[in-house]
Design a protein around this ligand. Structure first.
Ligand SMILES: C[S@@+](CC[C@H](N)C(=O)[O-])C[C@H]1O[C@@H](n2cnc3c(N)ncnc32)[C@H](O)[C@@H]1O
Length: 228
């Protein structure tokens, strides 16, 4: 199903690089932690909002029984890449501000390293549903940020504003860090610099190979306000 698509900074080659990197296990620890948070829940409808090329959702659905998944993204290239690679979910082009789903359709809304629309998430969540948002921590990809943003105000990153905004819409029931070093091959490094929005205005040939990079993420789990 094709709703509205918008030309974005994310193109086909970015999504292919992202898919290779994720399939090679770059975010495996994140997915293991998400799976373990979802294990205790029963049959559920799961939406990945801003799913990109779909690997996170596809990996989660492979591990968790009784889940029905839908991935939505505004970039048609991402949805096409997802649909080619994964049959275990529905893939839909759509804007998070105005998705084509009915009210209270989902038990779980995943939102991984993507923009959000909390009014729309609230409309889409069942009353006992949850939003699971993954945000970068201050040291996320720090070895790359140091090369790209040295001496600028973007060298340091804080997710405080993002967390504050999340709290304006949801009661946080759980927060969990994902923090470790990932060893990179040269091929993985090339995919990493192609797939991250951090490098969008950067001459990639100027970036020096690093064989280990920091993954610093935080999983925020929220429910509708005033339930507990
Ligand atoms: C950094 S990527 C993350 C993709 C995926 N969650 C992942 O972790 O691989 C951000 C994604 O958000 C999507 N996006 C940005 N604005 C959007 C919007 N208004 N509606 C739907 N998707 C959007 C982009 O197209 C892109 O795929």
């Amino acid at each position: 199903m094709v709703q509205q698509s918008r030309k974005t900074q994310y193109d086909q080659s970015l999504f292919e690089a992202r898919q290779r990197l994720i399939q090679s296990g770059f975010y495996r620890q994140l997915i293991v932690q998400i799976e373990s948070l979802l294990q205790s829940r029963d049959t559920e409808f799961l939406l990945d909002a801003g799913c990109g090329e779909g690997s996170h959702l596809a990996q989660i659905l492979d591990k968790i029984d009784h889940q029905f998944g839908v991935g939505v993204d505004i970039a048609k290239e991402g949805i096409q890449t997802a649909a080619k690679a994964y049959e275990n979910s529905q893939w839909i082009v759509g804007d998070l501000a105005n998705t084509p789903f009915t009210d209270k359709a989902f038990d779980i809304i995943l939102n991984i390293l993507s923009p959000s629309n909390y009014q729309e998430f609230t409309r889409l969540m069942k009353d006992d549903g949850i939003v699971m948002k993954v945000v970068p921590g201050p040291n996320y990809l720090k070895e790359l940020r140091e090369q790209i943003f040295a001496g600028t105000d973007q060298e340091d990153y804080s997710n405080e504003d993002t967390v504050t905004r999340f709290k304006q819409f949801f009661d946080i029931t759980h927060r969990e860090k994902v923090f470790h070093q990932v060893t990179l091959t040269e091929d993985q490094f090339q995919d990493l610099i192609q797939m991250t929005p951090l490098t969008q205005d950067v001459d990639l040939s100027q970036l020096k190979f690093v064989d280990s990079i920091t993954l610093d993420l935080e999983i925020l789990v929220g429910e509708k306000q005033g339930l507990s």
